[in-house]
Structure formats: C-alpha cells, structure tokens
Design a protein around this ligand. Structure first.
Ligand code: PLP
Length: 431
C-alpha cells in the first residue's frame, strides 16, 4: 500500500501541469538532471510486480535502509531528552548551530583518536546527504569535480544542481565537465590516478557505496598525495566506516597530510540505525584553505549558520548515547547482525558461481553479471525470486553489468532470500 501511494503521488505530480503557470523559468541546472531518478523507478517496478503477483512476499534488498530496532539505551536517552523539554528546568531552544560541544568532543575522541582532529572542527548535522550539498555550497560554479564511477548519486546530482556538470552526453551517460574515475575489479575498485585529470574537488567514498569495497592505507596515501600535488580538495564520505572489518582506514585523517587537503563527511545512519532519526557530521580541518590562504572552516561555519540551524537537541542526546560505552556496544551488536547477513548473501551468490564484491567492509554486495544489462538482471531476479535489488546502472555508467544487494534485513528475511536465490536462480543464464 505504501508503494501504491508513492506511485500515485509521483504520477499526480506529473499530471499537475496546469494552465496556471507562473512566469518563473525553471532552472537549467534542474533541467539538466538525469530524468527517471533511480528510486522512484524501482518503486514503480515494485508496484507493477505487486500487481502481477499480489500474493508474493517481496523481499527488499534494494534501497539500503536499516531494519533493526535502535537499542533501548539509545532510544530512552532521546525519550528522556524529549520529556525534559516539557519542564521549566529541562527546556532548551536553539542550540549551537555547529552542534553541542559534548557531542562534538565525543565524535572527535571516538572516531578520530590519534588523528589530531579537534572538536571545533566537527560540525554536527542532520545527516551526510544534507552535508554533501552544504559542502558543495562552499565552492563556486566554476569548480571542477571528480567522482568514482560507479558512485553514490548525490555527488553527481548536487554537482549538476549547482551548474558545474556541463551537459549530459547521451552516448555514454556522463556529464561532460565531471571526471569519472573508473573503479573496476581490474583496478581493485581504486582509480588509476596516473590517468586522472586534475579537478578542484574529488569526491571519494570509502567503504564505497555501491561497490562495498574499502580503500587500503596505501591507496589512500596515493589519493592524498595526488590531491596535494594538484592542490585539490578531497570530500571523503566515510558513512560506512563502522562496517570495516579488515583494518582498512576508517577515516581519511589516518593518512598524514590529509588535514591540508580533505573534508570528511560521515553519518549515524548506518552506524546506529539513525536513517529516520537523522544525525551526521562533517570535519573541516583548520589547516584546509583556499588558494588565497583563507581558511575553509570559516566559510563552512557561515554556511552552517545560514542554511542549517543545528541538529535536533533530542537527536543529539541519542548521538551521545550511541557513543557511551553501553550504547557503542549495543550498536556494535546490530552492526554484527548486518555483517553476518552480508556473509549469508555473499555465500548464496558465490554458490551460484557469480562474482561477488563487497560485503566484508560494507553492508552492500556488488554482484557482477558480465555482458548483461543491469536493469535486465534486476528484472530477472525480481521475476524469479520476488527479491528487489538495485540495478548497478543507477550508480552511473560504471555500474552497467552489476546489481547492488543490501544486507539490511531481519535474519529470517535474509535466510529466506538466500534460499530463494539458491533454488530459483540456478536455472538461469544471465548471458
Ligand atoms: N553517503 C553515502 C555513501 C550513502 O550511501 C548515504 C545513504 O545511503 C548517505 C551518504 C546519506 O546518509 P544520511 O542518511 O546520513 O543522510
């Protein structure tokens, strides 16, 4: 029913073209966005499938949304803060736009131990997605941008919205002014920097969504050296750092010299099941400056004060509880649950003889179907198993013959998915 409503509302938006238009011209940048955004299209296909098989139990391993309850000690810290607002002593209004000092300090201590990140460099926010756009606002429309290919769509879409992308080239699905850093199994999903043109900004996500791979310390050393040599700024997205299990760096600031060339964006969403609660942070080092020497942190502070007004005080209490000893242990248990799910799904796909990447350092599997179209594979899997995945093409042209499979789910659901995959897919040849 939720899907049906969603589809109806999308349709009614399209039908709402009335004769009563304003005289305001639509932004050419919005016009330049790729149409048929991924998630609405998946919802549409899901709804069609639901109509065709009303009794099928659809399993959603598509959109990477967390499924397990928030540990009680964290939820009750938020409840306590909410109730305090109903008392004279406990009421508080606007807080610091940059976040509560106690939480900024805990984030610096917990995630950036021995990395010389100061609490004043941590800006608490309502999530990484919003911070990607706030960071983009730091720079003018002339700056050049590089992204991993494939990549999380928000980097490209926010670049297009701000008018930096150039035209979409029909033949290869790429924007002409964006540099696409190819990440394939052949290069271990780390771009060949010797072949990468200089850009002002380099978006880099590790562990990566969608490929599920984490860059090693040696690879990140090369990235920082590359940015230093070119005078570029890395915007490093570490939203999935909590999933790292093989000792890969959890932050770009583990690499000496990174504070001169990098901003890091991160999130409580996948770390603590806060996708709906909304909490994240961005680290802007004091050392990072523009070409004229002006500190970027000053501009970021200005943007946060202008476009945001601080994260919810209730949610920040939840964030602090996540970083207490008890909260951290509870959250780690939930993370282990998702990691175990990833293992189960990885074994299911491997058992079918498929090439599977990711899953060890991230909640996503990146499954390769060489020579096949990702939308076709998506459709085939949905038809045969009633399992929703994401066609790799939604993450850029580099995702064409892949699907992304999320390991967020209740254990029962994941075991059922594994069973369906194993019994139904064996018969199919995707080539
Ligand atoms: N960055 C990456 C790489 C993501 O995959 C996501 C969400 O899926 C986000 C950022 C958004 O995170 P948040 O929920 O904190 O806005």
């Amino acid at each position: 029913p939720k899907t049906k409503l969603h589809i109806q509302s999308l349709k009614s938006m399209e039908d709402n073209k009335t004769d009563q238009s304003t005289k305001v011209i639509r932004s050419a940048n919005m016009d330049n966005l790729r149409t048929g955004y991924l998630f609405p299209e998946i919802s549409r296909r899901e709804y069609e499938h639901f109509e065709k098989y009303p009794n099928a139990k659809i399993i959603k391993l598509g959109i990477g949304d967390t499924t397990e309850p928030i540990p009680e000690c964290i939820a009750s810290a938020m409840a306590k803060q909410a109730m305090a607002l109903s008392t004279v002593e406990g009421y508080s209004g606007y807080g610091d736009e940059q976040g509560e000092k106690a939480l900024r300090k805990r984030i610096a201590e917990k995630f950036y131990k021995n990395m010389d990140v100061k609490w004043e460099e941590v800006f608490v926010s309502d999530g990484a997605q919003c911070d990607i756009s706030r960071v983009q606002m730091l720079f003018g429309s002339h700056v050049t941008v590089a992204v991993q290919n494939p990549s999380f769509p928000a980097y490209i879409d926010s670049t297009v919205i701000l008018g930096r992308a150039g035209n979409l080239q029909g033949q290869n699905g790429k924007y002409e002014r964006i540099v696409y850093m190819e990440c394939t199994p052949q290069n271990g999903f780390f771009p060949d920097l010797s072949n990468t043109p200089r850009t002002d900004i380099i978006f880099f996500c590790s562990p990566n969504n969608p490929t599920g791979t984490a860059a090693s310390a040696a690879q990140l050393r090369r990235l920082v050296d590359f940015a230093t040599a070119n005078g570029s700024i890395i915007v490093y997205d570490s939203s999935y750092a909590a999933y790292i299990s093989d000792g890969s760096p959890t932050s770009i600031f583990q690499i000496p010299g990174a504070k001169q060339v990098a901003i890091e964006i991160s999130s409580f969403s996948k770390f603590a099941g806060f996708t709906g609660v909304r909490l994240g942070w961005t680290v802007v080092p004091k050392e990072l400056s523009y070409s004229n020497g002006f500190p970027i942190i000053k501009d970021y502070d200005r943007i946060v004060c202008t476009c945001f007004n601080g994260a919810s005080n209730i949610v920040q209490a939840g964030g602090l509880a996540c970083l207490s000893t008890e909260g951290f242990q509870a959250v780690s248990k939930v993370l282990n649950h998702y990691k175990e799910n990833a293992k189960i799904l990885r074994e299911a796909f491997r058992g079918l003889g498929m090439e599977v990447y990711g899953g060890q350092n991230a909640p996503y599997l990146w499954v390769h179907f060489p020579g096949s179209s990702s939308w076709e594979v998506f459709a085939e899997i949905l038809e045969k198993t009633h399992i929703l995945t994401i066609p790799g093409r939604g993450f850029g042209p580099g995702g064409e013959s892949y699907i992304r499979v999320s390991s967020f789910g209740h254990r029962q659901t994941i075991l059922e998915a594994s069973k369906r995959l194993t019994s139904s897919l064996r018969k199919f040849n995707f080539n």
